[in-house]
Design a protein around this ligand. Structure first.
Ligand code: GLP
Length: 273
């Protein structure tokens, strides 16, 4: 796991956008796994800027989002479908038939989950999966106790997650109790994973998933089993890491190696090297 600690949330978004844009430039038909929440918002803003300035095209890109609230139609302002259209898709030249956000209105979620997974396979798998993290250590909506081998399915949201996310709704009662989400096993199949965390309220979850045991109680900890994960943190989110100084030294060593055209991390995101 590569842990990169940057000064503030703005630097995090800039670095994340650089990584995503770098992949799309090298591989115009890249398959991106996308996330919602407030953390990736500024990254999407940077990508939109790159597109507007003519430096980046999404014309060949395919996307798959992680999750959606059950019961919210795409027109609902708090649905993840609406979020993605509003904060990214409508601002760039991506083709709408290649943007996939799970449906919050499926009839049969067992069958729907299988179809969503099949669509990911048919697109050739996800090159780069972008993730945030919940304050209880969840990725997507894989709440504590989710199987680390889980696939796309329904999940009941914890009280903590509903409270965290109630800031976007008029009241806690309006926050759906169920979500459809890619599973931990689905996420682990992405070729590269890029997790962003910013702010002091994520410091505990970050410490647990980076340095604690692999456990279904902190589903992000399953990322320890994946060979190519980059975690980009701002200083407040990195504050509780015990080996913080070591990660800084590893990054410095990595930079040094890059000047000599060598590195021990993959040469490019989204390729198999
Ligand atoms: C929700 C989403 C997650 C996201 C998390 C954190 O639970 N399902 O994908 O990572 O919120 O959101 P935020 O970035 O707003 O803290």
């Amino acid at each position: 796991m590569r842990v990169v600690i940057l000064k503030n949330a703005e630097e995090v978004s800039r670095r994340a956008a650089e990584i995503i844009a770098g992949l799309v430039k090298r591989r115009p038909t890249a398959v991106l796994g996308l996330a919602t929440g407030s953390t990736p918002l500024a990254t999407y803003g940077q990508l939109i800027e790159l597109h507007r300035s003519g430096q980046l095209s999404f014309a060949g890109v395919t996307t798959f989002n992680l999750d959606e609230y059950v019961g919210l139609p795409p027109s609902h302002p708090q649905s993840y479908n609406f979020f993605m259209h509003n904060h990214l898709f409508r601002h760039v030249d991506i083709s709408s038939d290649r943007c996939h956000v799970p449906s919050g209105l499926a009839d049969n979620y067992y069958e729907y989950g299988r179809q969503y997974e099949q669509a990911i396979q048919n697109a050739g798998g996800i090159d780069l999966q972008l993730l945030g993290i919940g304050s209880d250590g969840h990725i997507a909506f894989n709440e504590p106790g989710s199987s680390l081998a889980s696939r796309t399915r329904l999940k009941a949201l914890t009280e903590e997650t509903r409270r965290d996310n109630s800031r976007f709704f008029d009241s806690l009662d309006e926050v759906p109790k169920l979500a459809v989400t890619m599973g931990v096993g689905t996420i682990l199949e992405a070729r590269h994973i890029l997790l962003l965390a910013t702010g002091a309220n994520k410091a505990g979850a970050v410490r647990s998933f980076v340095e604690g045991p692999v456990t279904s109680q902190i589903t992000a900890s399953a990322l320890q089993l994946h060979p190519w994960v980059t975690v980009i943190l701002d200083e407040p989110a990195a504050d509780w890491l015990e080996r913080r100084q070591y990660y800084v030294e590893v990054e410095a060593a990595q930079r040094e190696l890059e000047t000599k055209n060598q590195r021990y991390y993959p040469v490019t995101f989204g390729t198999k090297d």
